[in-house]
Design a protein around this ligand. Structure first.
Ligand code: 4AD
Ligand code: MG
Length: 479
């Protein structure tokens, strides 16, 4: 198979008078002469010009939207507007026909995102999803680049696990037992001793606990892998399967943790701005179009690129949960009963409307909230001297809400065991985890960043289902 040149390269080089082979899918064909070809390397199609005298009527019929073709030809200056170069075809071969009548992306009108979600297996072939998933790729690359340059070790934590890292019980069971006829214990419970691993196992909700083992040996580690939550949240911010990045650092306190998280987020956004300009500009234009449909007062003041630059150029606002509650109490921006009730209760978890108020109306920038009430946070967080709060931090982003959750960890074995007992967690079974505190415990901290929420922010998309290639949500797992 002959080598092909990527369209992105040809457009970037802007050189002419040389021969190339390009391969891709037809986006449009007009006047029996001009093909707009897309090969996935960029949203910009390259124009292929046919010599009308040398193409048969039979071939012309096969040049339908969606068909895949191979073209060899000469790159020449283009007379058309919008592009500097085009390809004069010398040879053209249809590699795969595409029946225009049946092809779902043949539609004349721009398909809605909802419709494209129904045909998610084909949506990569649209400009919007081309841009989104090239950006997702770049952001993933930037994550590894950032940690690699800082000397962190990428630790692969298990996907199948026997422990519930967050202690929230939102896990998918992994079992090979016959669901219709499982072995039972004397009490009539399912006997997981008979199961594949000899105990009950689940898909992981977080790689943190295993990450802590790594941090206690390598110093600085990070994980980047799929995590699973069986929470029945059908929102534009929740997935049942999402990717999380979890750095864990020995000898870090909460402030070091916040500093790293802020630097990290800024670094990956800045990578995208520097390396994915074209796709960002495409998505910015798309978003601006969408904003125009909204009533004036709901429109965002900033465009996508301005918003990303704003995050880069401003420090995140840091404050405690208690300070945030005071701000909310004094503002009462929303007369809804639910809202007022919640803000008056110190100790309640913030609802998304509270988070939005703080980030979008009060501070108008990303916010890091610290020192949450212990009762609403996980067991492993370092307890403050006040006996009520823990060294937690959540980073809240405009339009997204919580993008990062993290904390300094409780390094005292006694305090940790006591807390686990209070929360009725299986201390015995988690003895392996407690060894981090038994043998050479050290102050340490870490955080988890939901990768899709980052991709949402950077692409300006509105629904988390549109930034993961194959979304899994309650009652929906295609493919
Ligand atoms: O706040 P969470 O639950 O924290 C942890 O899992 C810790 N073990 C992290 C750590 O300290 N190492 O989740 C972390 C982040 C959230 O801030 C959010 O961005 C994302 O993961 N997240 C989800 N993203 C999409 N869909 C869901 N259902 C998510 N649940 C959490
Ligand atoms: Mg959280």
């Amino acid at each position: 198979m002959s080598q092909r040149t990527k369209v992105k390269q040809i457009l970037l080089d802007e050189k002419t008078d040389y021969n190339v082979v390009v391969k891709g899918w037809i986006r449009s064909f007009r006047n029996n002469q001009f093909i707009a070809l897309n090969d996935g390397s960029t949203n910009n199609n390259i124009q292929i010009v046919l010599d009308q005298n040398s193409v048969s009527a039979e071939l012309i019929k096969r040049l339908t939207t969606g068909a895949s073709i191979s073209v060899s030809g000469t790159v020449i200056p283009s007379l058309g507007k919008g592009q500097r170069v085009e390809i004069k075809a010398v040879e053209l071969e249809v590699l795969g026909d595409c029946d225009g009548e049946k092809y779902p992306l043949q539609l004349k009108n721009r398909p809605s995102l909802e419709y494209l979600r129904e045909i998610a297996h084909l949506r990569f072939r649209t400009n919007t999803f081309g841009a989104v998933f090239r950006l997702r790729h770049s952001l993933a690359f930037a994550v590894h680049k950032f940690f690699n340059e800082k000397g962190f070790v990428y630790l692969h934590t298990p996907i199948i696990t026997a422990s519930d890292a967050e202690g929230a019980g939102e896990m998918f069971r992994v079992s090979t037992l016959d669901p219709k006829n499982p072995p039972l214990t004397e009490n009539g419970d399912i006997d997981y001793k008979e199961d594949f691993f000899g105990k009950a196992t689940n898909l992981t909700v977080s790689g943190q606990l295993e990450g802590e083992l790594g941090a206690m040996a390598f110093g600085d580690i990070y994980t980047f892998g799929p995590t699973f939550r069986a929470e029945n949240s059908n929102t534009a911010r929740h997935l049942a399967e999402f990717w999380m990045i979890e750095p864990e650092m020995a000898f870090y306190d909460l402030e070091d943790n916040m500093n790293l998280a802020e630097e990290f987020i800024k670094s990956v956004i800045s990578y995208a701005l520097a390396n994915n300009r074209e796709d960002l500009e495409f998505l910015a234009a798309r978003l601006a179009e969408e904003e125009k449909q909204k009533p004036q007062q709901e429109r965002s003041e900033m465009g996508l690129i301005e918003k990303l630059e704003f995050v880069l150029n401003n420090e995140f606002q840091r404050l405690t949960y208690t300070e945030a509650i005071d701000i909310l109490k004094n503002s009462k921006p929303n007369k809804s009963k639910k809202f007022n009730y919640l803000i008056e209760e110190w100790g309640a978890d913030l609802q998304s409307e509270h988070e939005r108020y703080l980030v979008e109306k009060h501070f108008r920038k990303p916010v890091i909230l610290t020192d949450y009430p212990a009762a609403i946070k996980a067991f492993y967080m370092k307890q403050n001297a006040d006996g009520k709060t823990v060294r937690a931090m959540d980073i809240l982003f405009p339009g997204i809400g919580e993008i990062v959750g993290g904390s300094q960890r409780e390094e005292s074995l006694d305090k940790l065991v006591k807390r686990m007992e209070e929360m009725k967690l299986p201390v015995e079974e988690m003895s392996w985890y407690l060894d981090t505190r038994r043998f050479g415990t050290a102050p340490h901290a870490g955080f988890g960043l939901g990768f899709e929420r980052l991709v949402l922010f950077v692409t300006g998309m509105g629904n988390i289902r549109d930034v993961i290639p194959f979304p899994r949500t309650p009652k929906s797992a295609e493919f």
